[in-house]
Design a protein around this ligand. Structure first.
Ligand code: UAG
Ligand code: ATP
Ligand code: API
Ligand code: MG
Length: 487
């Protein structure tokens, strides 16, 4: 069993009160989960301050407390460890507690506004297909080999994260691929981890509710690369405006992929259609099942990372040409009456623009594009008018609807979206609060050859309204409506 002293290695201590020779059962960030033998870590959050729950944690059996500010009175039976930054300390202690799992496999992280799930999933599928036992931590799901472990966050908190990595190690995984969200980097959920590789996809507008300014958002992502060690590789998008800045201060070896600017892993699109894309990768022509220019970038990122991990380029391209991406990303459904629906997780202005630009490029002659779009509640409000404007400029008809309103008034979110429409945009748009009704209306407006984009929820199997998650699956609704067309 781990002793307190074992987990304090590399933690920036301010003070220590009590013995470190005590046995620990587990680490807990939430007082409600504390039991006999737990260490309780008090962090200052956005809603609450964990310091307010120290006494409650002790009453439930905490044997040690990690905190930034010491309580006024200390219990004799408890050890208090005062640290400079409790978020950072959580990452480092969790890494120590679980025997530094990230050093016992090849851990590759992916950051960027869009493409993280796609890239991490493609890497997992590729390396599994190459014969390795792999782990995956992603928005859609976590995986250890073929076992699926439901994901609550894109990047779990440091304790769950290290526990999952340790489980991967104990089950013989040699590689783990994970998404590193900007929230996770900022909240230091990834502190203490040893990355073998780090990828950057792109950075565009999102999460300004949390980061406040675009500059802060860039800095959060860049920190991931700044913290890498010299034995790691950093692989960035040569065509993204911030692609070079991301790697400017890293100690890792620097590599780039792209379609336009000079890059070590360079591609050229030869053909792009609704069934896939053909790309020249280096000197090899390859057909891929993924669709759209944005996926060409994702594929090049995966190809580069796999090569940097030591795999043969030829074998990587052979396997990549056969594998699928993540669920809910450009999922293609077609009715017997030849109406096409694409379910996609685009939930930022840039993703929506990319997906709609791709659909525009690939559309059937004369076919109309009908978009069904909403924006999440309790999240970045400034993207709402932008997403409506993008949808209107790249579609023939737009139905503004609800995504996950969470605690907000759904009609109010839609009003904020409508504010982004000019008069031409208003003419082609209608607003329908009920998402099912909105999808149904889009299908009833469509004719053979038209393409309906159902954006924003992708793989999600729920819709969160006023704190309640109701079952909802865009695919299911589309299929149900399609089957009615046949009757
Ligand atoms: C905005 C955000 O990231 N919030 C995360 C943050 O919550 P918080 O700072 O609000 O925590 P808090 O409620 O103030 O509580 C502070 C501390 O007091 C503790 N507490 C609280 C109450 C109590 O009775 N006892 C107690 O000990 C809490 O356990 C916590 O440790 O820390 C929590 C614990 O780790 C996370 O669960 C929570 O994620 C919330 C649920 C969330 O929705 N996060 C999203 C925005 C997020 O992280 N998304 C990214 C993906 C974004 C992307 O797509 O790129 C992700 O990685 O998933
Ligand atoms: N490289 C890319 N560039 C721009 N848009 C992309 C790219 N890859 C995917 N997209 C679009 O963004 C959507 C989300 O993709 P994905 O889930 O891979 O991103 P993510 O970064 O994991 O998102 P999240 O932040 O929610 O975890 C896709 O459904 C698609 O519309
Ligand atoms: N990971 C993203 C998910 C957004 C998905 C969209 N369906 C929404 O609910 O806003 C976020 O937390 O911002
Ligand atoms: Mg993701």
């Amino acid at each position: 069993m781990k002793q307190l002293r074992d987990i304090l290695h590399k933690v920036a201590l301010v003070g220590l009160y009590g013995s470190t020779d005590i046995s620990l059962q587990d680490l807990q960030l939430d007082s409600r989960a504390v039991h006999e033998g737990s260490v309780f870590i008090a962090v200052v959050g956005l809603q609450a301050d964990g310091h307010a729950y120290i006494d409650k944690a002790i009453a439930l059996g905490a044997v040690a407390v990690i905190c930034e500010d010491l309580p006024a009175t200390l219990h004799d039976s408890v050890t208090y460890v005062q640290v400079k930054n409790a978020h950072e300390a959580t990452g480092v202690m969790a890494h120590n507690f679980y025997d530094e799992p990230s050093t016992r496999l090849k851990l590759v992280g992916v950051t960027g506004t869009n493409g993280k799930t796609t890239i991490a999933t493609l890497l997992f599928n590729l390396f599994s297909e190459l014969g390795y036992h792999c782990g995956l931590l992603s928005t859609v799901q976590n995986k250890i080999g073929t076992e699926i472990i439901p994901a609550t966050h894109t990047t779990p908190d440091a304790i769950q994260l290290n526990a999952l990595l340790a489980e991967m190690v104990s089950r013989g995984c040699t590689h783990a691929f994970m998404e590193c969200s900007s929230h996770a980097i900022d909240q230091r959920r990834i502190a203490g981890l040893h990355f073998k590789g780090a990828l950057f996809s792109n950075i565009t507008h999102d999460h300004l509710d949390y980061h406040k300014t675009f500059d802060n958002y860039i800095k959060a992502k860049k920190r991931f690369f700044d913290d890498l060690s010299s034995d790691a590789f950093a692989l960035s998008n040569a065509d993204d405006k911030r692609g070079t800045v991301m790697l400017q201060n890293t100690k890792a070896s620097r590599h780039y992929y792209g379609l336009k600017n000079i890059a070590e892993f360079k591609g050229k699109i030869l053909e792009n259609n609704l069934t896939g894309l053909t790309m020249l990768v280096g000197a090899t022509e390859v057909n891929f099942g993924l669709i759209g220019t944005f996926n060409a970038y994702n594929l090049l990122a995966v190809y580069g990372a796999a090569t940097l991990l030591g795999e043969s380029s030829e074998e990587v391209l052979r396997v990549l040409s056969m594998i699928k991406g993540a669920e809910g990303r450009f999922d293609y459904l077609v009715s017997n009456t030849q109406i096409i629906a694409i379910v996609d997780y685009a939930h930022t202005p840039d993703a929506l623009e990319n997906v709609l630009a791709t659909i525009n490029q690939l559309r059937n002659n004369g076919g109309q594009i009908i978009s069904v779009v909403g924006c999440g509640g309790d999240r970045d409000r400034t993207k709402r008018p932008e997403m409506a404007a993008v949808a209107a400029s790249l579609s023939d008809r737009v139905i503004l609807t609800s995504d996950n309103p969470r605690s907000e008034e759904p009609a109010e979110i839609i009003r904020e979206m409508e504010a982004g429409l000019d008069s031409a945009g208003r003419k082609k748009s209608i607003s329908i609060v009920d998402r099912k009704e909105a999808i149904k209306t889009a299908i009833s407006l469509a004719q053979a050859g038209d393409i309906i984009l159902v954006a924003g929820k992708g793989h999600e199997k729920y819709q969160e309204i006023k704190g309640v998650k109701n079952h909802f699956d865009d695919h299911e609704v589309v299929r149900e409506m399609f089957s009615l067309l046949d009757k």
